[in-house]
Write a new protein. Structure first.
Length: 101
């Protein structure tokens, strides 16, 4: 009788470990994996930027890149040619290539 109780307790521990593993795996697929993909996408997007590309900034403004340096870009906003703002490359959220137009 004692061994039967010990076996059922051991089985519940194994089931509990399997349930925790499934939960952890689910969280990994839902949260961690997409974040790692995004962390790989952003640097490649920034390194592929060229003059003439249309960009969306993290603040929601659309503009055209007119100059690129090591860490900064100069973006022209709107149809007014005098609205040129230097900003960090990290402030670019999305890039649309000029050749795609």
């Amino acid at each position: 009788m004692y061994t039967l109780a010990a076996q059922s307790a051991g089985g519940s521990w194994a089931l509990l470990i399997v349930v925790y593993a499934v939960i952890f795996g689910g969280f990994w697929f839902i949260f961690i994996r997409p974040q790692k993909k995004e962390q790989k996408r952003v640097p490649s997007m920034i390194s592929d930027m060229e003059v003439g590309d249309t960009v969306l900034t993290t603040s929601g403004f659309y503009g055209v890149i007119i100059d690129i340096s090591d860490d900064d870009v100069i973006v022209e906003f709107g149809s007014n040619r005098n609205c040129r703002i230097p900003m960090q490359k990290a402030a670019i959220a999305q890039v649309e290539k000029a050749s795609a137009e």
